[in-house]
Design a protein around this ligand. Structure first.
Ligand SMILES: Nc1ncnc2c1ncn2[C@@H]1O[C@H](COP(=O)(O)OP(=O)(O)OP(=O)(O)O)[C@@H](O)[C@H]1O
Length: 302
């Protein structure tokens, strides 16, 4: 199947700063894909090149098979980008902005779809409000709406939930998830790694303009050397001999035991019961995408 986005050997430098160095990336149609990396890793530069707004020094990019330079119009029709920066013309209302945006894509009579997006993004009460009267979170919803006016098959969201309250974040993700289920390819950059872990089926991690990890979310977490563990505060603060081989650490009154399967927790509880040791506190620890991220950023030298 034709990839939604194909990035081949893309490099981009700004003077001495190389924002991207030889990026190769294929995002499949229908994926919910996360592009992660610390500040300055090159995520926004890559998005800007995919959107045809920044020229790469070398390499090629296509969206739904359309080269973003030589077939700019088709590529642009296939893509909706929710940018990180909140930039608007303050003199228009929400609805006007969305109709004007439709006009940029040559779409007339887009009122029904615009009203549907407005409703789905909980903007109905603000549809006729001036952009300058909107809060930051509301403006971000309008940015999402703007990216959707032409029903693009591929949607890129650059930190869409920065500065957004919990309720909107949930409703925004419900909407985006539904778009993905309806066949839209979604690419997301975020610093909220729990969001990426919950939503995305594949992840690329960028560091200093290079891809340092690319895999399914589950594989990435599964490959981590540190596995599951259970942390316990015990009374008395001592461990039965049978559990010594599992001990990873014992500091500040907390003992940490390595477990390979959750069934082992039952054995640990039973050993503690037999030794008349009371459990005051218990936490199950399992690696997550944040552990992968920290591990990759620490260990992938350039
Ligand atoms: N127009 C520009 N002129 C000069 N340097 C730039 C320009 N755009 C980006 N850079 C530099 O390129 C590097 C990558 O920046 P980019 O904005 O792509 O990172 P990012 O991963 O999106 O970061 P963040 O998470 O902070 O948004 C940084 O060192 C940045 O300073």
């Amino acid at each position: 199947m034709q990839p939604a986005i194909e990035v081949k050997h893309v490099s981009k430098c700004f003077g001495d700063v190389c924002a991207l160095s030889g990026i190769d990336l294929e995002i499949r149609a229908g994926e919910f894909f996360a592009l992660l990396g610390p500040n300055g890793a090159g995520k926004t530069t890559l998005i800007s090149i995919i959107a045809g707004l920044t020229l790469a020094d070398s390499g090629t990019v296509s969206v739904m098979g359309h080269n973003v330079i030589t077939q700019y119009r088709q590529a642009r029709q296939s893509l909706g980008v929710v940018p990180q920066e909140l930039v608007f013309d303050p003199f228009f209302t929400v609805r006007e902005i969305l109709l004007i945006q439709s006009g940029y894509y040559g779409i007339k009579h887009n009122g029904d779809w615009v009203d549907e997006i407005i409703e789905r993004l909980d903007l109905t009460s603000k549809a006729n409000a001036n952009m300058r009267a909107l809060s930051g979170g509301m403006k971000r919803r309008v940015l999402v709406a703007q990216a959707l006016v032409h029903k693009p098959p591929v949607i890129i969201l650059d930190e869409p939930t920065a500065g957004v309250d919990v309720e909107l974040r949930q409703s925004l993700w419900d909407f985006i998830r539904q778009l993905n289920q309806n066949g839209h390819t979604i690419v997301l950059t975020t610093h909220y790694l729990d969001e990426a872990e919950t939503l995305c089926n594949r992840v690329a991690m960028l560091k200093d303009g290079k891809i340092v990890a690319l895999d399914s979310t589950q594989n990435m977490i599964g490959k981590l050397p540190a596995g599951k563990s259970v942390r316990l505060r015990l009374l008395p603060d001592t461990l039965p001999a049978a559990l010594h081989t599992l001990q990873l650490s014992h500091t500040g009154g907390m003992v940490e035991l390595r477990i390979d399967t959750y069934a082992q927790v039952e054995l640990i509880l039973s050993a503690l019961r037999s030794a008349h040791i009371e459990i005051l506190e218990m936490h199950l620890q399992q690696p997550d995408l944040e552990d992968v991220f920290v591990n990759m950023m620490r260990n992938s030298g350039n």
